[in-house]
Design a protein around this ligand. Sequence first.
Ligand code: PEP
Ligand code: CO
Length: 448
Amino acid sequence: MSTTKNWSKSSWHDYPVLQQPNWPDEATLNEVLQSISRLPPLVFAGEIRDLKASLARAVHGEAFLLQGGDCSEEFNRCTAPNIRDTLKILLQMAVTLTYAGGKPVVKVGRIAGQYAKPRSSDTEMVDGVELPSYRGDMANAVEPDPQARIPDPQRLMQGYNMSAATLNLLRAFTRGGFGALHRVQAWNQEFVKRSPMGRSYERLAKQISQALDFMQTIGIDTEAPQLKQAQFFTSHEALFLGYEEALTREDSLDGGWYDCSGHMLWIGDRTRQIDGAHIEFLRGVLNPLGMKVGPKHDIDDILRIIERLNPENEAGRMTLIARFGAKGVEKYLPPLIRAINNEGMNVVWSCDPMHANIRKTEGGRKTRSFDDILSELQCFFELHWAEGTVPGGVHFELTGDDVTECTGGAHELSDEQLGQNYLTTCDPRLNAEQSLEMAFRIAEMIRT
Ligand code: PEP
Ligand code: CO
């Protein structure tokens, strides 16, 4: 495969770049990046190609994308129980959606590299003090202390190491039996089991187990990898381009360039300028790409960006992640669908019902309501069906933990209860129970 025209993994340096930390010391930054560039890739080109092939099926409605995880991973929460519980909830959601939708679910975590955050401002006020904004654990520390907020390039190396440790465990879990369909009941966590959703899940899991037992009884091989292993991919926002460049490698098989920091990379709503460094960098790597599209977009601009990122119109290359909000989706989505459709562009249409549904409580906490999230999702599906296009996936901020960050759901979590276990350093996430409930509600919509 020939390299993309006039592109190299460092050509982005010639373009304006937004949302980078103000690293205090260029020389140290370059040393760290040099070291990372000599370290092994985190993921492999063959896996990236597999994901792209799965996403190509989602373009045509033959598969469904489930993407989810933390808004912002944290170094001190890179623990086995945390990783296991995120994986559990994603597997539970995936099996619920597969059972209802009758098609494979492509599982992609916001995990093993989601350490860099775009911010609306370079500084933020904390208790009346102006501090450099927290830009994710790969840049600075969240502690509201001026010293802790100074970006430290060593954190890039720490991010690489944490991603490697996370991926190592994910690979062990998914390949080593934990992700086997036979274990479908074990993915239900104790605190979820007691909830109505947990009980619905128990019933579903029982049906699957019975089907597997039946297959075994009549002599069908249930040792096949499709049943014994789960396929699980990683993704993050490709934000700190020096880090992404350092992990970009040429594949010895096809000669193409792959950003081996994660399988899928997405471009945030704030960094998708057509003449900007992020688009320049991403156009040359062969990973599947997501692009967030919020209310502030220009349709022609979006078309030009897709053309630049996917000139061959390869299915599986582009996933458009619409995030318009429960109030905006009816206004913004249909014109965008029509424009993309008119051009015959192959995209996976995914819905991020999180990022335009943020509200502040009276107490000043950032939260999201279960009902707003569900409402945006419902509109997303219905608008696609009305246009005759394929709603191909969903994108969530969620955790396997029992947190209280989003309101609503079966337990009708109120604004006042948010303080009970509000842990996120960035955006509010659905907890395991709310996530499972969301999966059941989507399942009702897509039931075949
Ligand atoms: C995110 O996904 O965490 C994020 C910052 O999203 P967006 O770019 O859509 O605002
Ligand atoms: Co977020």
